[in-house]
Design a protein around this ligand. Structure first.
Ligand code: ADP
Ligand code: MG
Length: 200
């Protein structure tokens, strides 16, 4: 049986037995060649990063297949709760775990680029999903922006617990990443830039 489990801006997701199929659908508003190359690039990128996760010890779906003609990724199903729905049950510990796991991604040169609590699933531990925008980078700026986006997502979706969460995320991040200080000082600049833009 094939059930739809998600329909985002870019993809339709089906569950089939213990597998998830992620089909990147075409978008009418994009010029056709551009649409094809974007979908192809994101499908490949997601597959490439998923295949790295196990090696670096970050929990996520296991890549089972990638087809860049059908624009489909097949991966294992993670049976758990969307972190967005359960973060408030244990905000500090869960946020610290998020921080430790982002640290591991960054230490291995992976920037997720869409860190929100909708892209995390809590099974026995937190799994990251949705690597379609992710990329490899060693730049502090890219890592700082990754954290900044999570900061924004936490403030907007978890307003009441935002402060304790972001503090714990950064604590976990520092604990697990020798280069954290450099990224965090960059993060301050990124956030200052954001505030100035708001004022202008
Ligand atoms: N491997 C997976 N296991 C379980 N659920 C998944 C998995 N991948 C995606 N999902 C579910 O489908 C939703 C959309 O998938 P996602 O990869 O985030 O695509 P989108 O780009 O549309 O946000 C997720 O929020 C999650 O609920
Ligand atoms: Mg998503």
């Amino acid at each position: 049986m094939k059930n739809i489990i998600g329909r985002g801006a870019e993809a339709v997701l089906y569950k089939e037995d213990s597998k998830v199929l992620k089909d990147r659908v075409s978008k009418d508003y994009r010029q056709k060649d551009l649409d094809t190359s974007l979908r192809k690039a994101r499908t490949r990128r997601e597959a490439k990063v998923l295949s790295k996760l196990k090696e670096i010890g970050v929990p996520g779906p296991e890549l089972l297949d990638m087809d860049d003609k059908d624009m489909r990724i097949t991966m294992s199903f993670i049976d758990g709760d969307k972190l967005r729905d359960v973060l408030c049950k244990n905000p500090v510990e869960l946020s610290k775990e998020i921080g430790r796991k982002i640290a591991k991604l960054h230490a291995n040169g992976i920037v997720h680029a869409d860190l929100t609590t909708s892209n995390m699933i809590l099974d026995k531990e937190i799994h990251f999903i949705d690597f379609g925008l992710s990329f490899f980078s060693t730049k502090e700026e890219d890592k700082a922006v990754d954290l900044h986006l999570l900061d924004r997502a936490l403030e907007s979706k978890h307003h009441e617990i935002y402060k304790e969460c972001i503090q714990a995320v950064l604590k976990g991040y520092k604990e697990n990443y020798p280069d954290a200080e450099k990224v965090l000082s960059r993060l301050e600049k990124v956030q200052k830039r954001g505030r100035n833009k708001k004022k202008a």
